[in-house]
Design a protein around this ligand. Structure first.
Ligand code: NAG
Ligand code: NAG
Length: 220
């Protein structure tokens, strides 16, 4: 008589993996056929859609910043210093935070405000222009970020034009200064992103007096 005990033993040990695997697959199949699998499938689909959107977004950001050509010389003429926002926040998981007055002083940006008697913070929507004016009674220091933004500042050393201008990328943070008596303008050139600015002025401006010239440049 054959040894039934041995037989059953060898049967159950022969391919437990296959058996287990098979039953797992069939239970998954069974699960997917049930209506309560729908939210599960939907969440997988949404996750994949999110991943592909993120990839697309980061690649478009990359290409937009790659297409910006800038040089230190141009930035110096425009009295501006720029940082990659990722560089500024590399030591702080919460994001970047900066002191524009000390950054301007340390990086040799001239003619900015040393103290803020008046502060303006705001946004510039795509296509919007801010400034394009000349204050005669204050020095001003700016922080610009959030979108592809043109910064123009009067500079009488630039022959013909009389101004310097640079473009700040959407992934950059710029600190710039416009000394008393020089005109400045900010233009959001970005098709989608909103630009943000902070302006620190070393005196309080009365906008309806003649201490400011408005609409300095007609091409903006
Ligand atoms: C602006 O800066 C200059 C020096 O850079 C300083 O003499 C002047 O007092 C500052 N403030 C105003 C309101 O002009
Ligand atoms: C601005 O002008 C208006 C009207 O001319 C005047 O009433 C107001 O006092 C002025 N504001 C300041 C801060 O001078």
């Amino acid at each position: 008589m054959a040894n039934p005990r041995r037989n059953s033993y060898s049967n159950s040990t022969e391919n437990p993996f296959q058996l287990q695997n098979h039953s797992r697959i069939s239970s998954i199949k069974h699960f997917l056929k049930k209506p309560h699998a729908f939210p599960f499938l939907l969440s997988i689909f949404l996750f994949l859609a999110w991943v592909s959107l993120r990839l697309q977004h980061s690649s478009s950001r990359l290409s937009s910043s790659n297409s910006l050509h800038w040089s230190k010389e141009e930035d110096e003429k425009a009295n501006l210093i720029r940082f990659k926002s990722g560089f500024l926040s590399s030591n702080d998981k919460r994001g970047w935070l900066l002191d524009p007055v000390s950054i301007a002083l340390e990086s040799g940006i001239k003619g900015g405000a040393v103290s803020c008697a008046s502060i303006h913070v705001g946004e510039i929507r795509p296509g919007g222009v801010r400034g394009n004016h000349r204050h005669h009674t204050c020095n001003e220091t700016f922080v610009i970020w959030g979108a592809k933004t043109l910064f123009r500042v009067e500079n009488n050393q630039i022959v013909d034009k009389g101004y310097a201008e640079v473009i700040v990328g959407a992934d950059e943070v710029a600190v710039a200064a416009s000394p008393s008596g020089t005109a400045h303008a900010l233009v959001n050139m970005d098709p989608t992103h909103t630009a943000y600015l902070l302006g620190c002025q070393d005196s309080t401006i009365n906008y309806n007096s003649s201490t400011t010239d408005f609409s300095v440049w007609k091409d903006l």
